[in-house]
Design a protein around this ligand. Structure first.
Ligand SMILES: [Cu+2]
Length: 118
């Protein structure tokens, strides 16, 4: 109706558009990282290789399902990870992968799996 009112309406609309542009994306796409699970059974690590995204916080859960074999701990040397794997107890390790290929292995470095980070 009057020009002051329309300026106010346009201003409010602009503010809404700008706040959406500035705050909309981070709020609607929270960076909650990536997860994966690896089982240790009589065949070894299952899956034997994992694909992860570089620079995104990762939670990888290892579950040892067998008392055969030797994977009683999990070692990811490049990320200073070395954790015991109690039978049937999920153990989650957390790290932020860098680009490249890394090995995860049992404590004796006999059983091996691969991390492929892209
Ligand atoms: Cu071993």
């Amino acid at each position: 109706m009057n020009s002051r009112k329309s300026i106010f309406v346009i201003g409010a609309l602009l503010l809404a558009v700008v706040s959406l542009a500035v705050f909309g994306k981070p709020l609607s796409q929270p960076n909650d990282g990536q997860t994966a699970t690896v089982e240790i059974n009589s065949k070894g690590f299952d899956p034997g290789s994992l694909k992860l995204k570089a620079g995104v916080h990762a939670k990888v859960t290892f579950v040892r399902k067998t008392d055969e074999g030797c994977a009683k701990e999990i070692v990811i040397k490049e990320y200073n990870i070395n954790r015991a794997l109690p039978l049937n107890e999920p153990v989650t390790v957390e790290f932020t992968p860098r680009k490249g290929e890394f090995t995860f292995a049992c404590g004796m470095n006999m059983l091996k799996g691969k991390l492929i980070v892209e």
